[in-house]
Ligand binder design. Structure first.
Ligand SMILES: O=c1[nH]c(=O)c2[nH]c(=O)[nH]c2[nH]1
Length: 300
């Protein structure tokens, strides 16, 4: 009658914290992550025949995550994802693929009296660093890194004019508008054969470069549109990180509407006189793109 056509299982929302304590200087470095592990393989009978002998319990997966975190660096998260993924594929002959997602939360070192504090940190926003990995038996490790939930706004330096007009168009052209978005930026790495190969890569430098390029381009570009600005960002990340094959952005356009206040004693609050705006929750524009190197296959 029926057949199992998709099966993955594992542990989600494994919360993990690791501290590195430098004995000489007394400086602590902390990392907090949320890990998801999903396994694939010859596990059909656990669904179709109640055969638990093929099940590496999700609790075992969680315990393994803690042990691997004790035995290995968990920063950069790309490297830890590869370590976890490879462990399951190499340890269990019937497990053929591991999908690992790691969300790294921000703990930024406090500055007290102008000096970096050795062991105190604060959460400076909701921005997260994300890694998605797939380790497949015989096929190596594929990695995608992401920045998510980085909220930015510029109060000028953005225009939107010259767009298609017809009988459905009401939006006026603008040469000066507010631009705000919550950045979701991803970069896909060339595939790696082994964990040793992954360990050679400076993922933290790439994350820093992608973040710096995103912020600098957002701030300094005379934006003709979200589309044009995000393409410039993608292009620069591809140039800065040679091991990256593809860069993608998904940028919501978080609108700020002008409010006409001339009904009140002729108050001027539109065009160049606009200072009070109404931030909109929804609907919002949503602009997406993937940019690859010339000659690479497009995946639109
Ligand atoms: O940068 C923009 N891109 C669009 O496609 C668009 N559409 C729209 O209404 N406003 C904007 N802004």
């Amino acid at each position: 009658m029926s057949q199992l056509s998709y099966a993955r299982y594992g542990k989600d929302n494994i919360r993990l914290y690791k501290v590195d304590k430098d004995e000489k200087t007394g400086i602590h470095t902390v990392i907090e992550q949320t890990v998801c592990i999903l396994l694939e393989g010859d596990i059909e009978t656990s669904y179709t025949k109640a055969d638990n002998s093929v099940v590496v319990a999700t609790d075992t997966q969680k315990q393994t995550c803690y042990i691997l975190a004790k035995q290995n660096p968990i920063n950069p998260p790309e490297q830890f994802a590869a370590v976890i993924g490879t462990h399951f594929v190499e340890t269990y002959p019937h497990i053929h693929a591991t999908h690992v997602k790691i969300i790294q939360h921000r703990w930024t070192r406090m500055e007290i009296d102008g000096k970096p504090h050795p062991h105190s940190f604060f959460r400076d926003g909701e921005e997260i660093r994300v890694v998605e990995s797939v380790t497949r038996e015989g096929e190596g490790i594929s990695l995608r890194s992401k920045i998510e939930k980085l909220l930015v706004l510029k109060s000028t330096g953005s225009a939107f004019h010259g767009f298609h007009r017809d009988e459905y168009t009401q939006l006026p052209e603008t040469w000066d508008r507010i631009l705000s978005t919550e950045v979701e930026a991803g970069w896909r790495w060339k595939s790696f054969k082994t964990v040793a190969e992954v360990k050679e890569v400076d993922f933290n430098a790439a994350w820093q470069a992608a973040r710096d390029i995103t912020l600098k381009t957002f701030a300094t570009d005379s934006s003709a549109s979200v589309q044009a600005t995000m393409y410039k960002m993608s292009d620069q990340i591809l140039a800065a990180v040679p091991l990256v094959d593809a860069v993608d952005y998904a940028l919501p356009n978080k609108h700020y509407f002008e409010i006409d206040l001339k009904w009140h004693k002729g108050l001027k609050n539109t065009g160049k006189d606009a200072t009070v705006f109404a931030p909109q929750s929804n609907p919002n524009g949503l602009i997406q793109c993937t940019v690859t190197r010339k000659g690479a296959k497009a995946r639109l």
